[in-house]
Ligand binder design. Sequence first.
Ligand SMILES: NC(=O)c1ccc[n+]([C@@H]2O[C@H](COP(=O)([O-])OP(=O)(O)OC[C@H]3O[C@@H](n4cnc5c(N)ncnc54)[C@H](OP(=O)(O)O)[C@@H]3O)[C@@H](O)[C@H]2O)c1
Length: 333
Amino acid sequence: MFSALLLRSKKGDVRADVCSLEASDLPTVGDEAVLLEVLYSSLNYKDGLAVTGTGAVIRGEYPMVPGIDLVGRVQESRHEGFDPGDLAIGTGWQLGEAVWGGYTQQARVDGNTLVLLPAGLSPRQSMIAGTAGLTAMLSVLALEEHGVGPDAGEVVVTGASGGAGSLAVALLGSLGYAAAASTGSPEAHAYLRALGADRIVPRSEFEDGPARPMDTGTWAGAIDAVGGDTLATILSQVQRHGSVAAFGNAGGHALHTSVLPFILRGVNLLGIDSNTCPNARRRTAWERLADVLTDAHYERIHAETIALDAVPEAARRIVEGQVQGRILVDVTA
Ligand SMILES: NC(=O)c1ccc[n+]([C@@H]2O[C@H](COP(=O)([O-])OP(=O)(O)OC[C@H]3O[C@@H](n4cnc5c(N)ncnc54)[C@H](OP(=O)(O)O)[C@@H]3O)[C@@H](O)[C@H]2O)c1
């Protein structure tokens, strides 16, 4: 028997309870299944929506084990890439949305969606990073590939005190970028500076939308967790041939902008989707993450460790925007 957080839906009301399950309860996942003893998961904004039933995140059938991230030790494998005893990371690929996810002590996962834990990263650190870290790293890779390196000028991160934002600030700081952290949380200023931000920009400077289609070119690049009018404002303020890696919609998904930054300044808007990111690129991103961040980064970003039964309460907090950094879920606690 093992414990898992199970979501059930009754007439649209979603309930989350820790239940006892056995391996035969785990859904089948095809011919290349890997059975994992899960060690850690994490709490992302998307998990908050799923567990509270706030957003239309769950696309599979209930009951559902949520949790878009997991790291675990392989117990059995029908996939040639994994042997018993290996440590493997699963993030996205519909984990915790359409297939059972990481809030469990045991998981059966399609091996094609897993990557081996890279050298230099502990299982605990991998889930302090989780989808947030992978997404931040994919954003930095995208900026680098579009010519926005450490010498290009200032790069702004929005939603900076959140999970993915924190990881992005830490990565930029560690790589030697001039990082500006945009936050609506005054209490996060010292935290963001300690992570590597050179300056803080109040969230309010972006959230009203662009003053004009092309404003002063301030940013060499941007990593955006917020979307909506914040993203529209940033696009109007990006320098010639600069780039914006956009992954989030914490502030809204509508985007009212003009083509002028694209056609008169050559600005690039780069979409980041960690969920369906191909595995070869995931491996690159995880290895780079393991290289760039230090133990001190993970400890600063780690907000708290919670057990499975504390996930519903923490889910409410992340949806209300009350979480700074990353919440680790110790499924064995
Ligand atoms: N595309 C992908 O692959 C991908 C991957 C991961 C996450 N995401 C998305 O990225 C966003 C951030 O995810 P996360 O897990 O890092 O969430 P999170 O930890 O909750 O962080 C979100 C941050 O956004 C800011 N924020 C919250 N509400 C806002 C609002 N109404 N207007 C402006 N800023 C607001 C807050 O930062 P401050 O207080 O510092 O302003 C908050 O901490 C979410 O939309 C999530 O769904 C996408």
